[in-house]
Design a protein around this ligand. Structure first.
Ligand code: UTP
Length: 290
């Protein structure tokens, strides 16, 4: 069966980005002029996803607002003859069929995914963590979906990390099966540099089959009462092959303050209207590590 649906869990507290996220969802912080979550929606749509379930919380209604048509704004832009901007704004609600699903309490990424069970039904589906922004020649999710087409078993994205990364991400033990594809043999959540199996981490994109929901229901609440997606992946590995794809492209952790700065500079340098001015600005700062 073709993958048509995706979940975007966006109900977390965003504590790494306080105080900005005290009232504003971190998914609505803009990288240049586009909220972080829109990058994930565009990546999903660009990978062929038709329906997206966004897992949200009560304090994040503004996300829904962003993806709704805005006739008043369209009227003003038409009147002012701003046709390019109008096209862009009108395109946002049409990126995919969007549903918003409430996660009543932030009980972890695994719990957020579990909230999407009804929406997903009985088909394979994708999960995209929106605070991870990918900038890839082939959309990152599409790279996973291509491997799923061949293997018909769960596929997760893998990327190389440094020692600091072992404290932030799930780290895998894996056996390379081809150039960019690995079979995942084990996974540990934030193991730290001493206990890390390797320098390969799970970085926010997944393709699952509906049996992940059963796995999520069975696992005990892990660290700090949360249901960890990593634990569910670990239990899948006991009964079936799980593959990892070493993605090709660039990744930014926009839920982290420095990652957000990196993303902003990268996307600004890619915009012709900003590139030379930004390079000029950076050069003029006469940067030194004082
Ligand atoms: P993170 O751990 O990066 O998000 O979860 P967080 O908890 O919001 O961030 P910090 O660590 O406090 O800064 C990865 C993704 O899972 C979502 C988040 O919104 C994020 O996109 N998530 C996390 C949920 O939807 N629900 C949760 O209970 C936890």
């Amino acid at each position: 069966m073709r993958i048509r649906k995706a979940l975007i869990p966006a109900a977390g507290l965003g504590t790494r980005f306080l105080p900005a996220t005290k009232a504003l969802p971190k998914e609505m912080l803009a990288v240049i002029d586009k909220p972080v979550i829109q990058y994930a929606v565009e990546e999903a749509a660009g990978s062929g996803i038709e329906s997206i379930g966004i897992i949200t919380s009560r304090r994040k209604a503004i996300m829904e607002e962003h993806f709704r048509p805005s006739p008043e704004l369209a009227g003003v832009l038409t009147e002012k003859g701003k046709s390019e901007l109008l096209k862009e704004v009108e395109g946002i609600p049409r990126l995919a069929a969007l549903s918003f699903i409430l996660q009543p309490e932030p009980l972890g990424l695994g719990h957020a995914v579990l909230m999407g069970k009804e929406f997903v039904g009985e088909e394979p589906f994708a999960v995209l963590n929106p605070d991870t922004i990918y900038d890839c020649p082939i959309p990152c999710l599409k790279q996973l979906m291509d491997v799923y087409e061949e293997k018909r078993t769960p596929v997760i994205v893998l990327g190389r990390i440094d020692a600091e990364g072992t404290k932030k991400y799930g780290v895998v033990k894996a056996r390379q099966v081809s150039d960019r594809v690995f079979q995942v043999l084990d996974v540990a959540e934030k193991p730290g540099p001493e206990k890390a199996f390797s320098d390969l981490a799970v970085l926010g994109r997944y393709v699952f089959e509906p049996d992940i929901f059963e796995a999520l229901r069975k696992i005990p609440h892990g660290r700090s009462g949360e249901i960890q997606l990593t634990d569910a992946i670990k239990s899948l590995i006991e009964t079936q092959a799980v593959y990892g794809v070493l993605f090709e492209g660039r990744r930014y952790d926009a839920g982290d303050k420095f990652g957000y700065i990196e993303a902003t500079i990268n996307f600004a340098l890619k915009r012709p209207e900003f590139r030379s001015r930004l390079l000029e600005l950076l050069n003029s700062l006469n940067l030194k590590d004082e």
